[in-house]
Design a protein around this ligand. Structure first.
Ligand code: UT7
Length: 325
């Protein structure tokens, strides 16, 4: 008998304030037409009086409710964020006390836009080794706090929000294979040679402040298309599956053109791809759980369906997870 980790509930939260492309036209030299054509973004949510932990807590409460569990059954918390409330303590420990989760391992992981894939993979590994059985996995970001609002190359892209899942252990009969519910494979990579293509120009041990996002957009775009094509090919080969066995692609939402390129590589029609970038912008580690929760709640993603999720971001980092929901 082995153990697999499956998603028993999803939840998300978006701050109420919506910033449209028209609003941005009044702030920097840009246009709605440019932003939509180059990125696919029409509007995004911006947190005003809320922190990353505040948003994480709201998303987590919704995931707990959907999973039909109580907070005291959770025995691990992993938060993917690059915009924590403070340098320490971790956002995860704030979530733990706010939701009344009993003392358990609670920590943040930082892999920027790939953060949720990293956190999900980490939680999966803990569950498969038997060290945890019910893990709260969150992606939460307040990217607006590290945006340079005078840099039109980045300020039109990034945004705020949070998404969460409950990952639970399930006993698996030998030979169940890919038909069984749960995470089938996880794939993580990083290549620090790309560290200067997308970064923040500040930090605790350098400038002493949190800095602002800097990006060589065109270069990052090229890496994203290449790395994501490679990693989805790896997922298919490792699991010995054909793209038509995947019901849904839930990609990180950085740019509609990157998403379309990955879908094309998989020979998937765009109606099998969950797209939120038009309304959410790039919420970094929050984008995948936000998209997943939206599609689960509106009934597109159903129990028993195969889902592929992938992301690429600063670091450079990239990764993918294949699971049956
Ligand atoms: O999530 C983490 C990973 N991040 C990504 O994957 C992002 C990857 N990169 C991208 O999504 C795209 O590169 C962008 C959306 C950031 C930019 O699109 P692009 O087609 O690569 O445009 P570009 O950076 O090459 O800029 C083209 C032109 C430039 O003007 P010139 O030099 O051709 O005269 C820019 O100065 O567009 C100009 N530009 C803008 N114009 C209007 C740049 N930003 C803007 C703007 N509004 N906001």
């Amino acid at each position: 008998m082995t153990v697999k980790a499956y998603i028993s509930g999803t939840g998300s939260y978006l701050p109420p304030k919506v910033l449209t492309n028209k609003d941005l036209e009044r702030m920097v030299d840009t246009s709605d037409e440019w932003i939509v054509q180059r990125s696919g973004i029409k509007e995004r949510h911006i947190a005003e009086n809320e922190t990353t932990a505040d948003m994480a807590i709201k998303a987590a409460a919704r995931a707990i409710e959907m999973a039909g569990i109580s907070a005291d059954q959770i025995n691990g918390i992993i938060v993917a964020t690059t915009t924590p409330d403070s340098t320490f303590p971790a956002v995860a420990v704030k979530v733990q006390s706010a939701l009344g989760i009993p003392a358990c391992p609670a920590f943040d992981v930082q892999a920027v836009c790939s953060g949720f894939v990293y956190a999900l993979s980490t939680a999966d590994a803990y569950i498969r080794t038997g060290l945890m059985s019910r893990v709260l996995v969150i992606g939460a970001e307040k990217m607006s706090s590290i945006i340079d609002w005078t840099d039109r190359g980045t300020c039109v892209l990034f945004a705020d929000g949070a998404g969460a899942v409950i990952l639970e252990a399930r006993d698996v009969e030998d030979g169940e294979g890919l038909e069984g519910q749960g995470i089938h494979s996880t794939h993580l990579y990083a290549n620090g040679e790309g560290k200067d293509l997308l970064y923040v120009d500040g930090g605790v041990s350098s400038t002493g402040d949190s800095g602002h996002i800097k990006m060589e957009g065109k270069e990052v775009f090229k890496y994203a298309v290449t790395y994501l094509a490679e990693i989805v090919a790896e997922v298919l080969a490792q699991n010995k599956i054909h793209p038509d066995q995947i019901d849904w692609l839930v990609p990180h939402q950085a740019n509609i053109r990157i998403i379309e390129s990955t879908a094309k590589k998989l020979d998937m029609s765009m109606d099998k791809v969950i797209v939120t970038i038009d309304r959410h912008g790039n919420t970094s580690a929050a984008s995948i759980p936000l998209a997943l929760d939206e599609a689960v709640r509106d009934g597109r993603i159903k129990r028993g369906q195969m889902v592929l999720t992938e992301a690429m971001g600063g670091g450079l980092t990239w990764g993918a997870v294949l699971f049956r929901f």
